[in-house]
Design a protein around this ligand. Sequence first.
Ligand code: FAD
Length: 383
Amino acid sequence: MPQNQNTSMKNYDAVVAGGGVIGASIALELAETGMKVGLYDAREPGREASWASAGIISPAPENAGMIPFVPMSLASVALYPDFIRKVEDLSGMDVGYRKDGALDVVLDGDTEEELSKIIALQRGVGIKAEAVSAEEAVRMEPGLSEEIGAAIFRPDEASLDNRVFTDAVLKAAEREGVEIFAWNGAKAIWNEGGRCRGLLLEQGQAEAKWTVIAAGCFSARIGGVAPYAPVFPAKGQMIALRCESAEIERILWLEHTYLVPRNDGRIIAGSTIERVGFDHEVTAGGMKKILSEALRLVPGLERARMEEAWAGLRPDSPDHLPIIGPTDLEGLLIATGHFRSGILLTPVTARLIREWVCTGTVSVDWERVSPMRFLEARRGQWA
Ligand SMILES: Cc1cc2nc3c(=O)[nH]c(=O)nc-3n(C[C@H](O)[C@H](O)[C@H](O)COP(=O)(O)OP(=O)(O)OC[C@H]3O[C@@H](n4cnc5c(N)ncnc54)[C@H](O)[C@@H]3O)c2cc1C
């Protein structure tokens, strides 16, 4: 359980700001190396984007601009089975991992040529994808609308229950000795003598050789962080449905809308992308958008019970890519900006931070996600 009591000064090898899935997995990975790790959250850990997410693990690029980023996504997918085994063993929790693949549905308007272009693009970057006729797709998922034109089947796509997963990573981190503090967020990085000495907290200070900022879309609000991580929220609304007469086995996609089956029988439907600041409200417009697309995909969901609706804030960045790695301030590392892919990228982010801290070099091509890219862009503007 997170601790609430605080002393004015704590000493660690590494201190992490943010107890979402990213901060928790980094804390776990660092603690496993024998380091003394402290994790501080401004609220109850694990109740922001990591709680709100759909939990899809999909390395498929959404557009051509995301192609250079696919190797990092695939590296994370490769790390996932071992990462889950470790987290489940340490926490004693089942994170609801399922790898039944995804059907990406296209409607009548999409030509065969467009479909084969998407498949070629996905195969070209190492993702298994195959064309499926409308009849075949409906055979695979009998709940699907017969109005669909065709589909792409990606057999390796997976998902997990992100709420359980985040709690399990936090519990696993605690088992490895991480000290977790709720309701004591970071006010600023502790910048002294040309290096980062730790965190200045709402209550007290935490001193450490390594400081990792992983506070999701709130990271830029921590004093001294914005130049490296100019992140902002991108709100997403979600609905949990239950419908005994319209069950699905696989993840179903229709452009940006998706349906994700859970082991407990719920179907998670999402989502919207809204730039409306730090706003967690569920709106009629958001629900209408998600439900109308969901019913186009699986008409039988008309009879579904709406069990829950919620909204979460994705940590977005100016180029929509994550921000992971060291900065020019000694001792300070950043791990945020994961936007729509934070669950997908959890294992590789934790691995990258551990590699930076322990060896100073990393096994994955990371320069595109360096926290220094925003500083350098600004310096370029002024030059
Ligand atoms: C609706 C929705 C659907 C999504 N679907 C998917 C999906 O299917 N697949 C996928 O890969 N990704 C998905 N994402 C994205 C993914 O959930 C996020 O990228 C990921 O959860 C980010 O994790 P995080 O730990 O960085 O941030 P968060 O989970 O937001 O955690 C940040 C933590 O920092 C804490 N904090 C805030 N301020 C401070 C402070 N000053 N000091 C210390 N702590 C602080 C917060 O309280 C919080 O606990 C989705 C996101 C949303 C919102």
